[in-house]
Design a binder for this molecule. Structure first.
Ligand SMILES: Nc1ncnc2c1ncn2[C@@H]1O[C@H](COP(=O)(O)OP(=O)(O)OP(=O)(O)O)[C@@H](O)[C@H]1O
Ligand SMILES: [Mg+2]
Length: 430
């Protein structure tokens, strides 16, 4: 997470100071136009911001700077919070923009609650999950994260949360992955103190039967994540934290208090990496385990791929039940269901029935309401084999490859990623 940008008119120093102080107390760094009003600096600060707060007043209403700052933030899809800073009657552009304004500078506490929620939620965590195996979780996690990254140019982190670590192997040759894993530069370091935190430790991966419950400061991003794409301010980045088999040890452990500590470490680690990325995507394992609970508790939205067949209905029914069982109501992730591997011809009867709510009763929840409009086609292009000589990017369809049918695939991935980005933004402002 970066900062809040405050848009303000020229003569609003009291309000600006008050707001700045309150944000600092709430743990939100803030930036605003300096007295020189350098448009280029302001633009860069707006682009890097997590949210915008607009001080609405006589001054700001007449300011062309403020107007263009709001337009820029809107274009970036940023959460914008208007705050009434004086009693002037609203006119023109600001009147339309601030018509739902609820906050005033006098009542700073509710404003900070809204700001904190928006600030925290800008880096959402999405878990790609279905308790059915082989349904396209790993495929969707990787291709959709890549499409979303390309579309938003944000900083996106993939985490391979499946002990089978297919996602990791999709991008990196076995040997390179194994070497990194041997040094704990992998998912286990989110759960236990390891050699990425302190070089002379024994690896928690070598201690199958015991859990390290020592709290630790999460490792800097570059020490744990591997870069897949990008890396500059302009293009954002797509990184991955490798998976590994050894995290299945948590499924076998009977050390309840140890597991509790390990889970708390994991949740704290995720909170930290939220501040380093704009989106975190977890590719999860197909069976309900300790790892499932950890993922759900860290997650804002579950993305469940499903096939257009009756077997998949059972998968989403179970998934919905597990989400309800494993999370508290006030921290329960939302659910989006995405049809994967649909045949390219016209919409099937099954898909149409599902969209029309025919199966809602059978699955026990509003499946038709949770279905994404986009659907991912069935295509041989998704059947990607990691080869030792291929660069990671070659496996990302939104970025690479030509030939039959790729355009259609790319379009469907982009449509799904735009839809996902929209619901995540709605989550943030809810
Ligand atoms: N849209 C698609 N069209 C064609 N093949 C696909 C599609 N999506 C996934 N596949 C293929 O289906 C197989 C299973 O996909 P994937 O590994 O993504 O599923 P998964 O749910 O992650 O499996 P697991 O439960 O084992 O983790 C892979 O061979 C993949 O290439
Ligand atoms: Mg998988």
């Amino acid at each position: 997470m970066s900062h809040a940008f405050i848009a303000h008119g020229a003569d609003q120093f009291d309000s600006l100071l008050k707001l700045h102080e309150a944000l600092r107390a709430a743990g939100i760094p803030a930036k605003y136009s300096s007295s020189e009003r350098r448009a280029d600096i302001d633009a860069a600060n707006i682009d890097a911001a997590s949210l915008m707060i607009v001080l609405v007043s006589y001054d700001s209403m007449r300011s062309t700077d403020v107007r263009s700052q709001i337009i820029r933030a809107k274009k970036n899809g940023m959460t914008i919070i208007p705050v009434r800073a004086d009693r002037t009657r609203l006119t023109g552009f600001i009147k339309e923009f601030a018509k739902d304004m609820v906050h005033t500078i006098e009542e700073i506490e509710p404003l900070m609650t809204t700001a904190q929620r928006a600030y925290r939620q800008v880096s959402p965590v999405v878990s790609v999950m279905n308790l059915k195996g082989g349904i396209g979780k790993t495929t969707i996690a990787s291709q959709l994260a890549a499409a979303l990254q390309a579309h938003t140019r944000n900083r996106v982190l993939l985490i391979d949360f499946d002990p089978q670590y297919n996602l990791t192997q999709l991008f990196f040759p076995g040997q390179q992955a194994d070497e990194a894993i041997a040094n704990d530069r992998s998912v286990i370091s989110l759960f236990e103190k390891s050699r990425v935190h302190q070089a002379d430790l024994t690896s928690p991966a070598d201690q199958w039967a015991t859990l390290s419950t020592v709290p630790f400061t999460p490792a800097p991003r570059a020490k744990i994540a591997h870069s897949l794409l990008g890396g500059s301010e302009a293009v954002g980045r797509l990184d991955i934290i490798f998976g590994q088999f050894e995290i299945s040890k948590y499924a076998f452990s009977t050390d309840t208090s140890g597991l509790e500590a390990v889970r708390a470490n994991f949740l704290r680690s995720i909170e930290y990496y939220r501040s380093q990325y704009d989106l975190i995507v977890l590719d999860t394992n197909p069976n309900a385990t300790f790892l499932t609970r950890c993922a759900l508790q860290a997650t804002d939205r579950v993305l469940a791929p499903m096939h257009t067949d009756i077997y998949s209905l059972r998968g989403v029914r179970l998934l919905n039940r597990v989400i309800n069982d494993q999370t508290a109501q006030d921290r329960r992730p939302e659910l989006s269901v995405l049809f994967n591997a649909v045949e390219r011809r016209e919409q099937s009867d099954f898909e149409a029935d599902t969209r029309n709510g025919v199966f809602n009763e059978q699955v026990g929840f509003d499946l038709s309401g949770k279905l994404m409009s986009a659907a991912i086609p069935k295509s041989r292009h998704f059947q990607i084999k990691a080869r030792e000589d291929d660069a990671p990017i070659k496996r990302l369809l939104p970025h690479h490859g030509r030939g039959g049918g790729l355009r259609h695939i790319r379009e469907s991935l982009i449509a799904a990623s735009v839809e996902l980005a929209t619901v995540l933004r709605q989550d943030a402002s809810a």
